[in-house]
Design a protein around this ligand. Sequence first.
Ligand SMILES: [Fe+2]
Length: 239
Amino acid sequence: MAEPLVVPSGYRRDDGTVHPPLDYAGYRSTALRAPSEPLILLPHNLTELTGPLLGEGRVSSSSADLSVQPGGEALGQRIIVHGRVLDENARPVPHTLIEVWQANAAGRYLHRVDRHDAPIDPNFTGVGRVLTDDQGNYRLVTIKPGAYPWGNHPNAWRPAHIHFSLFGRAFTQRLVTQMYFPDDPLFAYDPIFNSVRDERARRRMVSHFDMDATVDSWALAFRFDIVLRGRDATPMEQP
Ligand SMILES: [Fe+2]
């Protein structure tokens, strides 16, 4: 059985423990990109005021299924990932664009800088997109990603995860997070996961196994609800 969804009861402002800091000692590369000077507020221009035009046909149903390419089926454990996108008052966020990217079952990205000694799957790009429906629901079909080494420190391995990007009404309203899988033995060793200092907030990045959503003889299922704002928000990577 899936664990019950934690529903926020009214807006409570983020108390500063939800999101990871820009600079986190254990996550080495944050030192290179975290600002060292106070931020400067810029006036809104076209880039800040415009967003993606997501009319009919721009996001096809096939883009929500990463497990099949024209050449055939991807290797690995087929899974369904589904859930809802909610605002700070647990109201559904309809028609919002979710984009995902992930490693293949062997823990390898289809990307030129990924040098991990693991096979590329010719039938897996690791990229998908889906729009939430009227009730904020989304559903993806994919392959469970493998763990991969990442060179942050000796013998550093990322827990299996799927990257999520959510678009608001403008390009600058993009939120990015990572979804993990339950009971991953690598959680304790991963500086990215642990850069979210609050344990309850960390748990909100972990999907729940959802027996009710599995499909007999076809796929396992995981539920991942995303809360955009407030103290019950899903931790997001800071821009
Ligand atoms: Fe990753």
